[in-house]
Design a protein around this ligand. Structure first.
Ligand code: AMP
Length: 312
């Protein structure tokens, strides 16, 4: 793949490479970011290669971020993984880079970067990093393979979502060849704390489902406090409504400390990302995020979701 060679040439040109990913990272954001870092560090030990961003407490078991000084950006190459739009890039200092590369699998709504590799046919940015290694014949380290495997599991719901292609499975299979503690990794990714299990119970108890399968639930600040969970921890229950057979699409409205709502949208087959875009968000056709600034806007979003199914 020509683009992978172009990316490799740029990597070879620079002494300092700083790798970014999106805010509120999930396993794929971290897996692609730190998996790429591990791959490059393994092959280019003479270069300074850093991963930057907020240390998400629930995912520090995967990786911890590096300390990056402003001066590090001078003459540096920045690679941004798994981030569709510039507004969502964690750490705005990416703007100070000498050259920027975007590697992403979301729809390319915000075209950025001096060089860009966007493949919406990839299940995950981690799958793309594994492909990059394959196409450039850079062998992975065990650590890189583990991180990329974790990212793929994360974004495919452990090979459940339709984005799981034959290539995804082939790549996952080749990553499994490496030496890492598979059982421990998959257990970590499947485990939930007791409080999250209880929150899941709340979601099932309070889920509203219309006659066509449009569902919603609101998690207020009061509920988050009651169950002692952070906004980031709600990621663990986003898929829960989809396990109900009559639910076709759903929105989880999570009230934030400032009073606005993060809206996590998921669908089994009808695209919901246009609704997300109309409400300060975006994402994949079947997995998007939006922001709502009032209870009225929450109603409007739910109405639009219901209409998507009603008007089919
Ligand atoms: P989440 O519900 O946060 O897991 O997000 C699901 C998908 O939607 C992810 O692929 C995100 O990249 C995307 N997404 C979430 N929030 C936003 C946003 N505010 N703007 C653009 N895309 C978003």
């Amino acid at each position: 793949m020509e683009i992978c060679q172009q990316i490799l040439e740029k990597i070879k040109e620079y002494d300092t490479i700083i790798i970014h990913r999106h805010m509120k990272p999930d396993p794929d954001a971290l897996g692609s970011q730190v998996g790429l870092k591990a791959l490059l560090t393994h092959h280019f030990p003479e270069k300074t290669i850093k991963a930057v961003g907020f240390n998400e407490p629930t995912l520090t078991w995967m990786a911890e971020m590096d300390t990056v000084q402003d001066s590090d950006y001078q003459g540096a190459l920045v690679i941004v993984c798994d981030t569709a739009n510039t507004a969502r890039i964690d750490d705005k200092r990416y703007e100070q880079a000498d050259f920027t590369i975007k590697i992403d699998h979301h729809p390319n709504d915000d075209v950025y970067g001096d060089l860009s590799w966007v493949d919406t046919g990839s299940s995950s940015a981690s799958e793309m990093i594994a492909l990059f290694a394959e196409n450039t014949q850079l062998t992975l380290s065990d650590q890189a393979a583990e991180l990329l495997f974790a990212g793929i599991i994360g974004d495919t719901g452990r090979f459940l979502y339709p984005s799981t292609s034959a290539r995804t499975l082939r790549i996952a299979s080749s990553l499994r060849e490496y030496n890492f503690d598979f059982a421990s990794l998959t257990r970590k990714m499947d485990n939930m704390s007791f409080k999250i299990a209880k929150l899941q119970g709340y979601v099932y108890d309070h889920l509203e489902v219309d006659e066509n399968g449009a569902a919603r639930v609101l998690l207020s600040q009061e509920i988050l406090k009651k169950y002692d969970v952070t906004d980031a921890e709600t990621a663990a229950i986003v898929g829960a409504p989809g396990r109900i057979d009559t639910v076709s699409l759903w929105g989880i409205f999570v009230e934030q400390a400032d009073g606005h709502y993060r809206v996590r949208l998921r669908s089994k087959f009808v695209p919901i990302n246009e609704v997300a875009k109309e409400h300060d968000g975006g994402g994949h056709p079947l997995a998007s995020g939006a922001n709502s600034y009032s209870l009225e806007e929450n109603e409007l979003i739910y109405q639009k979701l219901k209409n998507l199914l009603k008007n089919r």
